[in-house]
Design a protein around this ligand. Structure first.
Ligand SMILES: Nc1ncnc2c1ncn2[C@@H]1O[C@H](COP(=O)(O)OP(=O)(O)OP(=O)(O)O)[C@@H](O)[C@H]1O
Ligand SMILES: [Mg+2]
Length: 253
């Protein structure tokens, strides 16, 4: 396949001609998207455009009816299941926080680090020095150093989202897929989340789906606009927000 496709060798993630139907409804329709190594991409578009379905396809939750989904130019993700794709270094954060509310911030991160430990061991065995040091780093990244021993359930909604980003980072993914991280956040939390993702993007590739245009503007990265399962427009935030088709189906609502 690589012979037919120019430039695939330089890509981290390569989607081409991807289609997904649910009971005859095309959620993705000949979708193509190319992410360079180290890139952060923002994906926007109206409700039902296929943004979450695209993440489902990348992570192996949904198998496409047609098209190529290639990671690091040589791995066909459509042949792999979710655990295998996660093991390749693709981590995902869902829209709704799924932190363990009765446990502290620290223990949530330890659980995420401990991944393959049995849960009772992860919580009741003392962490190693290396784990402690990594938790220190993660807490600094996600702005929760002062909240280490608070119950996760007592954090603000925004802080829970940051904790979940920290739990995702604990798994050391190379590519993070993040679905609507700032929904329900305060303006201050939203601005802080943009800074946080820009910092994370210094070492990791990111695909972030959002509706919040102030947030997308603050990310200051290339934007892909999805509509009816295809790419409607792509480019800088200035470019796509001046595109009459984007204004018509999305921004002008
Ligand atoms: N498992 C499924 N079964 C049936 N239909 C589905 C399934 N998943 C998604 N769809 C449909 O596919 C379309 C695209 O949904 P998707 O969740 O990808 O949109 P989205 O761009 O993430 O929207 P939003 O901004 O509201 O999150 C929608 O019409 C949705 O109802
Ligand atoms: Mg969605």
């Amino acid at each position: 396949m690589s012979g037919a496709i120019g430039g695939i060798s330089d890509t981290l993630l390569y989607l081409s001609g991807v289609s997904v139907s649910f009971d005859g409804f095309r959620a993705l329709n000949n979708l193509s998207l190319v992410l360079a190594p180290g890139e952060m991409r923002a994906v926007i578009g109206p409700n039902g455009a296929g943004k979450t379905t695209m993440m489902d396809v990348i992570t192996g939750k949904t198998r496409p009816d047609a098209g190529d989904v290639i990671f690091r130019a040589d791995t066909d993700l459509t042949r792999l299941d979710e655990p295998a794709i996660a093991a390749l270094g693709i981590g995902r954060k869902f829209q709704k926080p799924t932190v363990f509310e009765p446990h502290t911030v620290h223990d949530n991160l330890l659980l995420a680090l401990a991944g393959n430990r049995a849960p009772h061991h992860a919580l009741f065995a003392r962490e190693t020095r290396a784990e402690r040091a990594r938790i220190d780093e993660l807490l600094a990244i996600i702005r929760l150093a002062e909240h280490r021993y608070r119950r996760a359930g007592d954090l603000s909604h925004g802080q829970k989202q940051w904790l979940e980003i920290g739990m995702l980072l604990a798994q050391e993914p190379d590519l993070l897929l993040i679905d609507e991280p700032v929904a329900g956040m305060t303006d201050a939390e939203t601005a802080e989340t943009a800074r946080l993702l820009r910092e994370i993007n210094r070492t990791k590739s990111v695909v972030v789906v959002e509706h919040d245009m102030d947030f997308v503007r603050a990310l200051d990265v290339k934007v892909t606009v999805l509509h009816e399962g295809s790419v409607l427009s792509e480019g800088s935030i200035e470019h796509v927000s001046a595109d009459p088709r984007v204004i018509e189906v999305y921004l002008g609502r």
